[in-house]
Design a protein around this ligand. Structure first.
Ligand SMILES: [Zn+2]
Length: 114
């Protein structure tokens, strides 16, 4: 098996969240939506509530695909709940496993022989 593990420290500053300007961020104070009611939850970006893996027909989630996994891990390394990601239960489980495996690899030194 070819090892392609990237020895990345988990505490290293990951890329910050995407700074997406929401709607109504224009400088011109034109039509301002009346959004002053209670319970105004900040929905920065809404994702499709469809499992990405089902959509792309990805069956096995590889722990080596760090790029993919990072999309489902918060900045602190927490696994994002599927509520937010929209991943289905089956894939969330596989995803969780993959992330944990990836973590292990990143955390443990590659060679620990004496
Ligand atoms: Zn799925």
């Amino acid at each position: 098996m070819a090892e392609e593990t990237q020895s990345k420290a988990p505490e290293a500053g990951a890329a910050p969240a995407p700074a997406q300007s929401g709607p109504g961020a224009g400088p011109r104070g034109g039509g301002r939506p009346a959004a002053g009611g209670p319970g105004g939850r900040g929905k920065f970006f809404r994702r499709k509530k469809v499992c990405k893996f089902c959509t792309e027909k990805i069956d096995a989630i590889s722990y080596r695909d760090a790029r993919l996994l990072q999309g489902f891990v918060a900045e602190r390394g927490k696994i994002v709940p599927r509520r937010l990601t929209g991943v289905c239960t089956t894939h969330q489980r596989r995803l969780t496993r993959a992330i944990k495996q990836a973590r292990n690899i990143a955390l443990l030194p590659f060679a620990t022989r004496h």
